[in-house]
Design a protein. Structure first.
Length: 365
């Protein structure tokens, strides 16, 4: 076995707390909001999920990289996290379907990562203190890094959807499919498109700057507002598009950031959570059926449940069982519903995939 000589690296939080580690792959410095994901599988899907744009990901699973990477297990055109923090990085991998190592994948995409970090201590700390800006670096000049970190904007009020959205409209699926869907891209995951296409849909994905008229010109049977990163409040155009779709009572489905946009367009408010929900084992209760669902989640903002008390137009359909936050809504007397979590989760869980079937049924109304 060939042993690697790893360069010292560190994680510096905005409150001055330092965690030591060692560099993986390329050297350098990367900034973002530090968060953690509790998933034990699906790391490549997580790293390529546009919803993670602007975030430094702490992996709570002890081993990362042990099954390599596969070119088909991606949610976008490249890595979207700002950096990775892990306990044990696997330089060797073993899987029949693997097309390469995670180390080579990181080098190809120029991602900065650090290993040998006490991730249990990091997670425990940010669970108590909350999500905050941070920096990972092979430059150990802490004083200099602190000054640079002060200039990094807070996630609250930050429009990141515009950075990950497509610049040009494109289509996905069979042009001869039964249904046509106009999707507003706020950071859309590829597996959402796969799920719609599998249900006989032909999708046209529009940039986040597209107007309702742009989407309507496609003559769709229904509309979709995608997931994405950052704060939903600055997304004025997306809210305007959602409002027009709702006013015309056209079929509308929203996931994650799209769910929050629908709520804002309907008069509700959102807020930034203490440290958010990120993982693939989050329990949700469907209040309509009374059934529980294990879900994949990735969000740092959520609908303010108190803001719904004076709104008789919104019905809460799903709640997160860990903290009773809003996990799904239905607009009363409108053909519109949305969820905070990810029914398209890949590699899983798939408890909530029925929501795509529900959307298809709504197209028939």
């Amino acid at each position: 076995m060939k042993y690697k000589e790893l360069k010292k690296a560190l994680l510096l939080l905005e409150d001055g707390t330092v965690f030591e580690g060692k560099s993986v792959g390329i050297e350098g410095t990367s900034f973002g909001e530090v968060c953690y994901n509790t998933g034990m599988t699906g790391y490549q899907e997580i790293f390529t999920d546009p919803s993670y744009s602007g975030q430094l990901m702490v992996a709570t699973n002890a081993h990362i990289g042990n099954y390599g990477v596969n070119e088909n297990e991606v949610e976008s055109d490249g890595i979207k996290i700002s950096g990775l923090i892990c306990r044990n990085f696997s330089y060797t991998h073993s899987r029949v379907r693997s097309s390469g190592s995670l180390e080579d994948y990181f080098i190809k995409h120029q991602l900065i990562a650090i290993t040998d970090v006490d991730t249990r201590a990091v997670v425990s700390y940010i669970r108590d203190k909350g999500a905050m800006n941070a920096v990972i670096s092979t430059d150990t000049d802490i004083a200099s890094l602190k000054e640079q970190l002060k200039k990094v904007p807070n996630m609250e009020g930050l429009d990141l959807a515009s950075k990950v959205s497509t610049k040009e409209a494109y289509t996905f699926g069979d042009i001869n499919a039964t249904y046509k869907i106009a999707a507003l891209d706020l950071g859309i995951k590829t597996n959402i498109l796969r799920n719609l296409a599998e249900r006989n849909c032909y999708i046209k994905v529009f940039p986040n700057t597209a107007s309702f008229e742009d989407l309507k010109a496609f003559q769709p049977d229904g509309y979709f507002l995608s997931n994405g990163p950052g704060d939903p409040e600055p997304l004025a155009n997306a809210q305007a598009v959602a409002k027009k779709i709702i006013e015309k009572n056209l079929p509308l489905f929203g996931i994650c950031l799209g769910h929050q946009v629908i709520a804002l367009a309907s008069g509700a408010t959102t807020y930034k959570m203490h440290n958010g929900h990120r993982g693939i084992n989050h329990p949700v209760k469907n209040l309509v059926t009374g059934k529980g669902e294990i879900t994949s989640q990735n969000h740092g903002f959520v609908i303010d449940r108190k803001s719904l008390e004076n709104l008789d137009t919104i019905e809460v359909t799903h709640i997160h069982l860990n903290d009773n936050t809003v996990a799904g809504i239905q607009l009363k007397d409108k053909n519109c519903f949305s969820v905070q979590y990810h029914p398209e989760a890949n590699p899983g869980p798939h408890d909530s995939s029925y929501l795509f079937d529900q959307f298809i049924e709504n197209l028939k109304k």
